[in-house]
Design a protein around this ligand. Structure first.
Ligand SMILES: Nc1ncnc2c1ncn2[C@@H]1O[C@H](COP(=O)(O)OP(=O)(O)O)[C@@H](O)[C@H]1O
Ligand SMILES: [Mg+2]
Length: 360
């Protein structure tokens, strides 16, 4: 007995597939397609495919293109339904069959499967486990690192000034690593926000003052505030950290040009609402923008800057914006970015403090 591998493969194909004749009648369907369409192969054979499934895409054109070009076509995000079941969100593929019969193969991939295979979501979960791993490592490395620093400092006492340069280097570099580890830990250990009613401009002012003597000392900082804004309802320390991280990035981006201008802008805009999972909408009318005139976000990382460990800088950790977006998400706020060379805007949208918190 010879095994027909073609038949075995066809029967075991895990995604619904339909083989079509040149006249768009069904030649065969896989068992998984029988399940998907909730009809038997026997009932479907030789009937027009259009009687069996409905797909909200111009498929007749697609089929004839595949037949003429002899190459496969992919159509994502379509609804596929049959007489026997409600529509399912799918990706579909149409491939030519390599004989001259004019047959085509229609593969239907329900989105749940497609989403699981989505590269973006894979890399997101990879980033998540990378964070867990990094946190653990950070914890483990900090102790020996403190030991190394201490030992180098002890050693320095009995060294000549010349040799002490080396121990100073050890201490300085160890401190740098320690700072990085603390950042990783901070990212992992973010506590839930302790919210109270706060004036946004007080927070911005604190961020501006510390930036102007620190990270953004070479920058001009311009304030463009709407002083009539009501209080917001946030964890002050965490939102301060957000503003500081954004200003630091702006200053670092402009560094190469020897400085530039950071504009801090606030205004009221009621049009933005955050859609909650339960369907209700939380208004986020308080808008804060941190705007710089630097070179803009490198296009190759622009879509990933909020993911951990994505950095466009040589010594960057890629944790600054990841922390920012985590904090904003915990506040049920919103962050957006627009960037072209010469103008980068990070906009944060926050809620207004509820009336009963107004007294604090
Ligand atoms: N204002 C900005 N202008 C240009 N690029 C920016 C700006 N803010 C962030 N970026 C880019 O996004 C990257 C990620 O930022 P961040 O998460 O803070 O990590 P890090 O600063 O450690 O690199 C930066 O390395 C930089 O390439
Ligand atoms: Mg940063």
């Amino acid at each position: 007995m010879t095994i027909e591998w073609g038949d075995v493969l066809w029967a075991s194909l895990p995604i619904p597939a339909i083989l079509l004749n040149a006249d768009d009648t069904i030649a065969d369907v896989t068992p998984s397609a029988e399940v998907f369409l909730n009809t038997s192969a026997k009932a479907m054979r030789d009937t027009p495919v259009w009687d069996r499934i409905m797909i909200d895409a111009p498929l007749e054109r697609a089929f004839s293109r595949v037949r003429i070009d002899g190459s496969a076509l992919f159509i994502n995000d379509v609804d596929v339904s049959s007489g026997n079941r409600p529509p399912v969100h799918c990706n579909i593929q149409i491939g030519p069959v390599s004989d001259d019969s004019g047959k085509v193969l229609l593969l239907i991939e329900p989105r749940q499967i497609a989403d699981r295979m989505d590269r973006a979501s894979l890399s997101k979960s990879a980033a998540k486990s990378a964070i867990g791993m990094a946190e653990m490592l950070a914890h483990e490395i900090k102790n020996p690192l403190a030991g190394i620093t201490g030992a180098a400092q002890l050693l320095a006492m009995s060294l000549s000034a010349e040799d002490r340069e080396m121990t100073d280097l050890i201490v300085a570099e160890a401190r740098r690593v320690m700072k990085l580890l603390e950042q990783v830990e901070q990212f992992g250990n973010l506590r839930p926000p302790k919210r109270c009613s706060l004036n946004l401009h007080d927070l911005l002012d604190r961020a501006r003052r510390s930036a102007s003597v620190g990270v953004a000392a070479q920058m001009k900082i311009v304030e463009d505030y709407d002083p009539s804004l009501p209080n917001t309802y946030v964890d002050g320390d965490q939102i301060l950290q957000v503003f500081q991280n954004l200003m630091k990035n702006a200053a670092q981006a402009a560094e190469k040009n020897g400085g530039g201008t950071i504009r801090l802008r606030t205004f009221y805009d009621l049009s933005l609402r955050l859609r909650r999972p339960d369907g209700s909408g939380a208004p986020l009318p308080l808008q804060v923008e941190v705007i710089d005139d630097g070179p803009g976000i490198p296009p190759e990382i622009a879509s990933d800057i909020f993911d951990p460990f994505v950095s466009g800088r040589e010594n960057g950790t890629g944790l600054g914006l990841a922390l920012v977006s985590k904090i904003i998400a915990e506040h049920e706020g919103w962050i957006g970015v627009e960037s072209v060379p010469g103008r980068t805007v990070f906009r944060i949208s926050l809620p207004v403090a509820p009336k009963e918190t107004e007294i604090s």
